[in-house]
Ligand binder design. Structure first.
Ligand SMILES: Cc1cc2nc3c(=O)[nH]c(=O)nc-3n(C[C@H](O)[C@H](O)[C@H](O)COP(=O)(O)OP(=O)(O)OC[C@H]3O[C@@H](n4cnc5c(N)ncnc54)[C@H](O)[C@@H]3O)c2cc1C
Length: 559
């Protein structure tokens, strides 16, 4: 597939010769993504998606523009990549795409297949030139950022000012704007600072037809401080709980809500190996607890009491299998840990971090924690007293990121079939269900054996809700293993829905249904109050030409 010369030259005139490419080697850099191995069709043949063909695209018979079959990591190759410098250029690109009947897809830091093109013949919009923090407003506690500002930069700058942001579990090198506007937003510090769906304030948004819309106080010329009003808010349409994953246009600048930070302004570390970075000094007025309990009920009661008292900076869980993988410095070491000690780790536990503003507040919070643990029978998991473990875990949790190598360590590929959100009680039951179902696939020898306990999760808003994903690792180059993961996903999603557990998202269903010409929302929507009808109406109203890649959001026609 090729973009006709006229259309290419128009895009080039917008961004300049240096900032556009159709070199296959460059384009394949965007097409290659972890996870694509699951989304390719089993037999190599993609079901036709009913999109109107563009007169500005030429068929070249080149198979490289199509996603590879199951087991290969190449998704769809874009016909061109463009790198706009500002909102005006984004708007001009979107208008050109509408004029030529070509689809586009926004890409900020591009950490997954959801940032790639969902069909052949699309333009990839790489936003890396828009990388500035435009303002940090200490008084009203927000930062105005562009798409390529990553969490670690934002957090380092805000911590210097006694402020903080919700760095997600994916780690500090992801786009803050992509997380806040368009995709997920789960991190360990959701406990005290909320899920990122609520951390978006003023927004500048290039709609799929090229019109620029400013939301919240920004839309009334009153600055960036509020995401709603005057009048009805559009935040639900723009973001919802999970985000439109590039299916509703391009967000060019936003105000990210910031929170008060009582910890140090800097945290010097030693050893830059990401698997073992250590804090030089444990910060003042901060603490780490790793209590475990006899029963899930005791654990839940302790969490409920902590949340009720608004004690703690972050609270989170990690399954024994995933924890064991994370402890190994190398693949071999991790493998040994999983086999030898993982099952001796406590089953019902959580990690709590305190970050306090003063010695007095610290003493108070510690007293509350200790009283609650006494009442619920919480005991200290000795692992956390090992200095290296304590330092590594503390640093990760202060920042809020993850030790992301864990999930790629064993087999180079992971997927999260057991992703759900709910109350603490549903969390316990849903996690158990996911363990039972995953173990069936482990027994068949098709996915990595972590006892089905690859889960991690965090609590939102002092435990009002819990999110959890049960990671499954598998061999990405083995089509049979990939097929088993897809089957596992459908099996578990189906059972979760039957048990009325709330799925965290159905993105994966969407991705695996795609090659079969189905839209995941048409599979899951009827089981969930028919929400897909409304989502489809939003897509059609905002994007009459289906210019913004619909494949990760919703296909405009029912399948
Ligand atoms: C190992 C690993 C761990 C992860 N862990 C977590 C986690 O703990 N919590 C979590 O929330 N997520 C997690 N993710 C998912 C995801 O990477 C993050 O949600 C991240 O915030 C998005 O960053 P990204 O680099 O994926 O962004 P991108 O891939 O650039 O974007 C994500 C989506 O948003 C769209 N998008 C990006 N920028 C814009 C824009 N300016 N306008 C409109 N649409 C846009 C893209 O098209 C894409 O669909 C993880 C991913 C990986 C690979």
């Amino acid at each position: 597939m090729r973009l006709k010369e006229e259309a290419y030259r128009v895009l080039e005139s917008i961004v300049g010769e240096e900032n556009i490419s159709r070199d296959p080697a460059v384009l394949d850099g965007y097409a290659w993504q972890f996870g694509c191995e699951l989304y390719g069709p089993e037999d190599g043949a993609y079901a036709e998606k009913a999109f109107a063909p563009s007169a500005y695209l030429e068929e070249t018979g080149d198979e490289a523009s199509l996603a590879s079959p199951r087991g290969s990591r190449f998704g769809f190759r874009p016909v061109a990549v463009v790198l706009p410098a500002d909102t005006a250029e984004v708007q001009a690109i979107v208008k050109a795409c509408n004029r030529y009947g070509i689809k586009f897809k926004a890409h900020s830091t591009g950490w997954g297949p959801w940032s790639g093109c969902g069909t052949a013949g699309m333009v990839q919009m790489d936003l890396r030139r828009m990388n500035r923090i435009l303002e940090i407003n200490e008084e009203d506690m927000y930062a105005v950022i562009e798409p390529y500002v990553v969490w670690s930069t934002l957090q380092a700058e805000t911590m210097k000012r006694g402020l903080n942001c919700v760095t997600i579990g994916a780690g500090g090198n992801c786009s803050a704007l992509a997380s806040i506007t368009s995709f997920n937003g789960i991190g360990y510090n959701n406990y005290s600072m909320g899920l990122n769906e609520r951390n978006v304030l003023g927004v500048e948004w290039v709609l799929p037809d090229g019109e620029v819309l400013r939301l919240g106080s920004l839309g009334s010329g009153a600055g960036w401080f509020s995401g709603d009003g005057p009048g009805p808010s559009l935040r639900g349409v723009m973001r919802g709980e999970y985000g439109a994953a590039g299916g509703l246009g391009v967000f060019t600048r936003i105000a990210a809500k910031l929170y008060q930070w009582g910890g140090p302004t800097e945290m010097p570390v030693e050893n830059i190996d990401p698997a073992a970075t250590l804090l030089k000094e444990f910060p003042e007025n901060c603490a780490l607890y790793y209590p475990f309990f006899e029963t899930a009920e005791d654990r839940d009661r302790a969490l409920w009491m902590l949340g009720e008292n608004e004690v703690g900076y972050s609270a989170s869980f990690m399954g024994r299998g995933l924890l064991a993988w994370g402890l190994g410095g190398s693949n071999r070491e991790a493998s040994d840990t999983v086999e030898s000690v993982a099952q001796t780790f406590p089953r019902y536990a959580f990690i709590l971090v305190l970050v306090c503003n003063s010695a007095r507040e610290f003493a108070y919070q510690q007293k509350v924690v200790e009283r609650i643990l006494e009442e619920t029978g919480g005991q200290n998991f000795a692992l956390i007293e090992v200095p290296e473990v304590r330092s590594m875990v503390a640093l990760l949790l202060f920042k809020g990121g993850n030790k992301v190598n864990i999930v790629f360590q064993r087999s180079g590929a992971f997927f999260d079939p057991g992703l759900f959100t709910g109350s603490r009680r549903t969390f316990t039951a849903a996690e158990k269900l996911s363990i039972d179902v995953i173990n069936k696939y482990i027994e068949k020898g098709l996915v990595v054996d972590d006892y089905g306990e690859g889960s991690w999760g965090s609590l939102f808003d002092y435990g009002h809700l819990t999110a959890c994903e049960n990671e499954t690792m598998y061999k990405s180059t083995d089509p049979a293993a990939c097929g088993a993961v897809i089957e596992l996903l459908e099996d578990l999603d189906g059972q979760m829905t039957e048990h009325l557990f709330r799925l965290g998202h159905i993105l994966h269903q969407q991705l695996t249904d795609g090659p079969r010409g189905k839209c995941g929302h048409d599979t899951m929507g009827p089981l969930c109050d028919g929400y897909q009808v409304w989502q489809r109406r939003i897509k059609r109203a905002f994007d009459p030409n289906t210019a913004a890649d619909p494949t990760m959001y919703i296909l405009p026609e029912e399948t």
